[in-house]
Design a protein around this ligand. Structure first.
Ligand SMILES: Nc1ncnc2c1ncn2[C@@H]1O[C@H](COP(=O)(O)OP(=O)(O)O)[C@@H](O)[C@H]1O
Ligand SMILES: [Mg+2]
Length: 242
C-alpha cells in the first residue's frame, strides 16, 4: 500500500534522511522509535508532502511521487492519501471542536456542509466528546484537543494515518485517553505509522517496530525483536535511557 524508495531529505547542506526504504501493507501498524533529531518527523512529513523529499520516491495506494518530478495538482491528490496527527494538535484556534473536524471535509473533500456536519457529529461521539461540539480548543484539555486531532484524521478516511508523537505534549494523566482512542483505530485495522516514545504501547499495538537514528532505519522487526531483546547495541542503549 505504501512503498518508499531511497528517500533522502536535505535541509540546506544537512542531510536529514539518508536513504530510507520502507513499505507498509494495508492495515499494518508500524511504530517508529528513535532518539530525538533522527529524522522521524521529517520522514512522516515527507510522506504527507509537508516536506518535499530531495531524492527518492513514495508510492501510496498506487499514486507515486518522485522527488523533483511532479505537478502541483498531483501533490494535492497525493496529500489526500494520508492524514497527519501532530504532537501539538494543530487545531484551528478560532474554530469549534466540530468545525475542526468538518473544515477539511468541506474544503478539501468538497463534501456539502450538512453531510460534513453529520459526519462530524458521528466522529465527535466516537472520540467521546459528545456535548463539546461547540467548544473552542482553549476550552478543552490537551487530551480532548488531541482526540479532536485524531477525529479529524479519522473523518477524512484517508488510506493511512500518520501520528507524530501524539501523546508527548500531554500531561501524564491525559495520555491514557488518547492511547485508548488510538487502540480503537487499531481495532478497526486502519493503517498507521506512529512515532512514539510510549514503548509499552508500541509493543502492544504494533505489527512492526522501526528504529531510526541519524536519518536511516537502523533495524526493524517485531515489537519483541526490537523493544524486548534488541540485537543492536544502539537500540539497547536507547531503550536503557528511557
Ligand atoms: N525545517 C527544517 N529546517 C532545517 N532543519 C530541520 C528542519 N526540520 C528538521 N530539521 C532538522 O532535521 C533533523 C531531524 O529532525 P526531526 O525530523 O524533527 O527529528 P525527530 O522527529 O526524530 O526528532 C534535526 O537535526 C532537525 O534540526
Ligand atoms: Mg519529531
Amino acid at each position: 500500500m505504501l512503498e518508499v524508495k531511497e528517500l533522502h531529505k536535505n535541509f540546506g547542506e544537512v542531510e536529514v534522511l539518508k536513504g530510507i526504504d520502507f513499505s507498509l501493507k494495508k492495515g499494518e501498524i508500524v511504530s517508529i522509535v528513535g532518539p530525538s533529531g533522527s529524522g522521524k518527523s521529517t520522514f512522516l512529513r515527507c510522506l504527507n508532502y509537508l516536506e518535499e523529499p530531495t531524492k527518492g520516491s513514495i508510492t501510496i495506494d498506487g499514486l507515486m511521487q518522485e522527488a523533483g518530478n511532479h505537478k502541483n495538482r498531483d501533490i494535492v491528490a497525493f496529500r489526500q492519501k494520508t492524514s497527519m496527527v501532530f504532537q501539538n494538535y494543530n487545531l484551528f484556534k478560532n474554530k469549534t471542536a466540530l468545525e475542526n473536524i468538518t473544515e477539511a471535509l468541506i474544503i478539501v473533500k468538497k463534501i456539502d456542509k450538512k453531510s460534513a456536519e453529520k459526519k462530524g457529529r458521528e466522529i465527535i461521539k466516537k472520540i467521546g466528546l459528545e456535548g463539546k461540539e461547540n467548544f473552542y480548543p482553549k476550552e478543552l484539555s490537551g487530551g480532548q484537543q488531541q482526540r479532536i486531532g485524531i477525529g479529524r484524521a479519522m473523518a477524512l478516511e484517508n488510506k493511512l494515518i500518520l501520528l507524530d508523537e501524539p501523546t508527548s505534549a500531554l500531561d501524564p494523566e491525559l495520555v491514557g485517553e488518547v492511547l485508548d482512542l488510538i487502540r480503537l483505530l487499531v481495532s478497526e485495522h486502519i493503517s498507521m505509522i506512529i512515532v512514539t516514545h510510549e514503548m509499552k504501547f508500541a509493543r502492544e499495538v504494533s505489527d512492526r517496530v522501526i528504529f531510526m537514528e541519524d536519518g536511516i532505519i537502523v533495524d526493524q522487526g517485531t515489537p519483541d525483536e526490537i523493544l524486548v531483546s534488541p540485537k543492536n547495541k544502539r537500540i539497547e542503549m536507547f531503550l536503557g535511557k528511557i
